[in-house]
Design a protein around this ligand. Structure first.
Ligand code: GAL
Length: 995
């Protein structure tokens, strides 16, 4: 061990790939024990240096830290002190330092921490005193009373040091030096903020003589019975040791270590993510009792099936990072519990702990609330991609010990959790012998859980076939027996081997900004191809950091907002939850797509299919209602038998009163009959709608022959025109309607992934770039004609962009039909448009004046936004919303808020109706969608953050004959061809009247 007076230049250990040195204890479970422990969380003295090359003078017990600052532990120093200790740094793949492994720059922020603590007199009898760190980023050295006890790396892993010889009863000092960068940073290159510091708990443990050092109670379940396979790590002198499971009447006494043997737990209820039945067990020696919660389940791979308790699992999963706008990766149990409860409410049944072990308590919560967990090791070396993977630690013997240490710490800490059904070696670390060695170690240690690692494309050392962002078509080819389609990185023989394994998408459906579209196509595959076991959405939440704009407006910062030298912008804002926990529409879509109960309507009946893993439907009630144009006219509860998992039942529908002059919709909701740990009674788990509307003819557009040139002013119903242009509607000034082909590009529209399934002409260039090239955001108009007839006005415009030889001809016909004023718009593109279009809409600008339009009530689909490839959460009904809450405040402003299949809307001002717009379907029955906004698409497209949007001076109503789908091209497949909008002729028919 080195001396406490480290010379300033003695920093070689910072570049040492070895995982640590000194009095490190072997990894063990994170146990709930009655042995004494002392939390060292709280205020610590703190000093930040810009480099590691500073004398470690502070380690001495007598050092005077009176001039130091105070910082809370746990925390990240870059999120403390309002910038006084540096700022967070975001990169995805890029290393924020030169690729010079295992070295890091001299500019290496180094935090020195000190605190005093009192060792209780009663601890004098302890056999050992252990100092535990649950998470320190990235490398740290520890001294107790001036004596160095060791150093360790592995930021999201637990480390325990034996400090018995260094502590004394009464007053003590612990000093910790933390380096932001170290050799370990090369293997912790996950897509997230770099957040240094002691960010998880620090505790001191008195280990009693005769204590239980570690316990592993492996469980199994078969044929209604549970089994326990115990492993007790304790000094032989600790025996006898007793296992008790009071609920099962188990009291097993092992007199010696040799007596510890598997036992039959008798008849038990199994543990599943749906019914997370836990039994409390204790393991007791004379000196210590530890408590473990048992969940009886057996995980196995049989052929190409991934089974728990003999039944196939379909993962409806989320990749979950630990991220919080103020705390970063610091754990908060209440927030985590609320987070997981929210997942349950949105039908999420699985979590991949991307890309490192979470705080250990998270697994307790997962056991309790019920999730299938893929527990991932803290490992990623993605930045080596930039140098062709040269020097990748995954294949370098110098790193073998570190890799094994990481996986050992991962598995040992969390091995008792029934929720963990797979171990994952890490993420995006290339391939190599060290990964294979990790896998071998896990297989030898835990035969009860398969090993996952996506980067093992050829399946040399992993048990499941895993991919990220495979397209629907490719996933289908993986799931299809006899398919010979080549698999990524595989020879035909390797591909054939991969097809013998269960397949998971460890990441899919990149949820950046508005999107993803096409979720339902993936879900459908899991029903038709049993080898496909679902997957894990990328990702659960945005990682925005709470920040304040120069004008004081709060916002969520992303890459570049802290002046980082290299960064990856808003790629860190790709969750189904916004940074402040607000579910985006994509999460509602996910919930609807994966709903575990499915309804199929047929003549007078509904079939309900229970698609759960193993739970029956006894927890659900089927509530129904009938609506006429969105107003409830009848409701009730369907009498339904209990349907077993995998089963179906056919129920008669109640009599449905069908309206003659309104749409008739029947809705059925499967709701929780009673409250659970994660939702109230009445919570909707699954839902479906049936359209029982009587057919009603759409009035034909009136053909006219009496057109004559028009000039001057004209009034038609609610509209007033000057020189052929609309100037007032319902007495209010307006601008437009004008053709709108542009939408503020979504992150997926900006995506330029080369997508194997995309049209050849767009692969490699983002749609947004092509839209800008073609000038869709800067259209100009030339009026070609203005004509009128009795009670009618017709204009023809040619709409085009600077330096473009393509145009759209827009014919608008206004005509009175009784009280209603109809506007029919025909938009017809010229030849030569080569890309997809974001939308074909008409844009009406409503300046604020005295009574700004600030809301809308509508009959159509809602309540949230929907797009052609994201329609499953949208239901038909009557809704209302204010313009301020209309769109989603994505971290980077973009297209948002489109409501599909509009029937009728009423613009409102202060709750009073201003204008009613009725939308007629086109001749193919297609209905328009609409958006209300305080900004134009062009204004939205220019803003990098919500606070950059100008103060709105008008409300904008855009009615779209069509919108392009969303896709997932920010990182994954483009919009599927059937949801892509090609330039084509479209008709809009709207009827307008004053309220
Ligand atoms: C994956 C990676 C994730 C994340 C995602 C894109 O390649 O595993 O960590 O970067 O892409 O957001």
């Amino acid at each position: 061990m080195s001396s406490s007076r480290t010379a300033p230049e003695d920093t070689a250990y910072v570049a040492d790939p070895a995982p640590g040195h000194g009095a490190l204890r072997p990894a063990r479970s994170w146990l709930h024990s009655d042995a004494p422990a002392l939390s060292l969380n709280g205020p610590w003295r703190f000093r930040l240096s810009p480099t590691a090359r500073v004398a470690a003078d502070f380690a001495a017990g007598a050092f005077d830290d009176g001039g130091w600052d105070t910082i809370p532990v746990p925390s990240h120093w870059v999120l403390q002190g309002d910038g006084a200790y540096g700022r967070p740094h975001y990169t995805n793949v890029q290393f924020p330092f030169p690729i010079d492994p295992p070295h890091v720059p001299d500019e290496n922020p180094t935090g020195d921490y000190r605190r005093r603590f009192t060792v209780p007199a009663e601890w004098a009898g302890a056999e050992r005193v252990v100092l535990r760190f649950d998470g320190v980023e990235s490398l740290f050295r520890v001294w107790v009373n001036g004596e160095e006890v060791g150093a360790a790396s592995g930021s999201r892993l637990a480390h325990e040091f034996d400090v018995t010889a260094a502590v004394r009863p009464g007053d003590n000092v612990v000093a910790v030096r933390v380096h932001q960068w170290s050799a370990a940073s090369y293997v912790e290159d996950q897509d997230q903020w770099w957040l240094p510091g002691i960010f998880r708990d620090v505790t001191l443990h008195a280990r009693p003589a005769g204590g239980i050092e570690d316990v592993w109670l492996r469980t199994g379940f078969a044929a209604g019975r549970g089994g326990i396979d115990p492993e007790i790590t304790a000094d032989p002198a600790a025996f006898p040791v007793t296992l008790r499971v009071p609920e099962l009447g188990i009291e097993e006494v092992w007199a010696t270590p040799a007596d510890v043997a598997p036992l039959d737990a008798g008849a038990v209820q199994p543990w599943t993510a749906e019914q997370p039945r836990l039994y409390e067990a204790t393991v007791t020696s004379a000196a210590e009792t530890v408590t473990v919660r048992l969940g009886f389940r057996t995980v196995e791979i049989r052929g190409d099936r991934f089974l728990v308790n003999g039944r196939r699992v379909v993962f409806h999963g989320m990749n979950r990072h630990e991220a919080h706008p103020e705390r970063g990766r610091v754990f908060d149990e209440e927030h985590a519990r609320a987070d997981l409860a929210r997942m349950k409410r949105f039908n999420v049944n699985a979590i991949r702990t991307s890309h490192y072990p979470p705080h250990p308590r998270l697994l307790d919560l997962a056991d309790e609330l019920g999730f299938w967990v893929v527990l991932e090791c803290d490992l990623e070396t993605h930045g080596f991609d930039a140098v062709g993977w040269t020097g990748n630690p995954s294949d370098d013997p110098a790193w073998r010990e570190a890799y094994l240490d990481r996986v050992e710490r991962t598995v040992e800490r969390d091995k008792n959790h029934p929720s963990i059904v797979m171990w994952s070696l890490g993420n995006e670390a290339g391939s190599g012998d060290n990964l294979a060695a990790m896998s071998a170690w896990v297989h030898a240690r835990d035969s009860g859980r398969p090993v996952h690692y996506e980067g093992d494309y050829t399946g040399d050392y992993t048990d499941v076939y895993s991919r990220m962002y495979a397209s629907v078509r490719e996933s289908e080819q993986i799931g299809t027996d006899g398919s010979r389609a080549p698999l990524l990185g595989c020879t035909p023989a390797q591909g054939a081997r991969q097809r013998t394994k269960p397949f998971v998408l460890c990441e899919y459906a990149h949820a950046m900004g508005n999107g993803p579209g096409g979720l339902d196509a993936y879900e459908e595959l899991t029903r038709t191809h049993p080898r496909l076991h679902g997957g894990f959405v990328w990702e659960w939440r945005d990682h925005g950091i709470a920040a304040t704009a120069p004008d004081g407006t709060p916002f969520f910062a992303y890459g570049g907002d802290f002046g980082e030298v290299v960064h990856d912008g808003n790629f860190v804002m790709d969750g189904m939850l916004l940074s402040d926990d607000v579910p985006t529409p994509s999460l509602h879509e996910f919930k609807a797509v994966v709903q575990p109960v499915r309804f199929t309507f047929a003549d007078g009946v509904v079939e309900i299919a229970n698609q759960r893993h193993s739970a029956d439907t006894s927890d659900l009630r089927l509530c129904w209602r009938v609506e006429h144009d969105g107003a409830v006219v009848a409701d009730g509860v369907l009498e339904a038998p209990v349907v077993a998992a995998g089963g179906t039942a056919v129920l008669p529908l109640p009599p449905i009163p069908v309206a003659a002059d309104a749409e008739t919709w029947f809705t059925v909701d499967a709701v929780l009959a009673s409250a659970t740990a994660w939702a109230d009674a009445g919570h909707v788990v699954a839902s479906a709608q049936l359209d029982r509307s009587a057919p009603r003819p759409v009035p034909a557009a009136r053909a006219r022959g009496d057109w004559r040139p028009a000039e001057g002013t004209l009034a038609l119903g609610v509209a007033e025109f000057a020189g052929g242009s609309l100037v007032r509607l319902a007495g209010r000034p307006v601008t437009g309607p004008r053709l709108e082909l542009f939408r503020a590009p979504t992150d997926n529209d900006e995506g330029a992934e080369v997508d194997p399934d995309a049209d050849a002409n767009v692969a490699g260039a983002s749609h947004a770039a092509l839209w800008r090239r073609d000038g869709l955001d800067r259209l100009t108009t030339r009026r070609m004609s203005v004509e009128c007839a009795d009670g009618a006005l017709r204009t023809v415009d040619r709409v085009s962009a600077a330096n473009s030889g393509r145009w759209v001809t827009v014919e608008s016909v206004w005509s009175l039909d009784g009280d209603a004023l109809e506007l029919r718009v025909e938009a017809t593109p010229s030849r030569g448009w080569s890309t997809v279009w974001p939308r074909i809409g008409i844009h009406l600008e409503l300046p604020d004046g005295e009574r700004p339009v600030d809301g809308v009530e509508w009959f159509g689909t809602g309540p949230l936004e929907s797009y052609p490839d994201s329609m499953r959460a949208a239901r038909t009904g009557r809704f209302a919303a204010g313009v301020a809450e209309w769109g989603v405040p994505y971290a980077r402003p973009q297209e948002s808020g489109h409501r599909s299949a509009l029937r009728e809307l009423t613009l409102t001002s202060g709750g009073t109706g201003v204008l009613v717009v009725t939308a007629l379907p086109d001749t193919r029955g297609r209905r328009p969608g609409f958006t209300l906004s305080r900004h134009t698409p062009q204004q939205i497209a220019r803003a990098g953050h919500p606070f950059e949007l100008p103060a709105g001076t008008a409300s904008h109503l855009i009615v779209d004959a069509a919108q392009h789908g969303l896709g997932s091209r920010a990182c994954g497949p483009d919009v599927a061809p059937e949801f892509a909008l090609r330039p084509e002729a479209r008709t809009l028919r709207l009827r307008l009247r004053a309220v």
